[in-house]
Design a protein around this ligand. Structure first.
Ligand code: FES
Length: 56
């Protein structure tokens, strides 16, 4: 579980990134993660960074 406010797990986030969400804002738009308390944002950023590295 990455975002406990909205029960969003790593798999969902990785899926959204794979579908084109390339920013914290885009993830928030599709999954709501990061739009409440914000404590998961560093983890979202890490997942985004990993996906950028893998697709580079
Ligand atoms: S844990 Fe994600 S917004 Fe609070």
């Amino acid at each position: 579980m990455i975002c406990s406010c909205f029960q969003v797990g790593e798999n969902q986030i990785a899926g959204a990134i794979a579908e084109g969400a390339q920013s914290i804002e885009a993830l928030g738009n599709s999954l709501k993660c990061g739009t409440n308390c914000g404590s998961c944002i560093p983890e979202l950023r890490d997942l985004l960074a990993v996906s950028v590295r893998e697709s580079a």
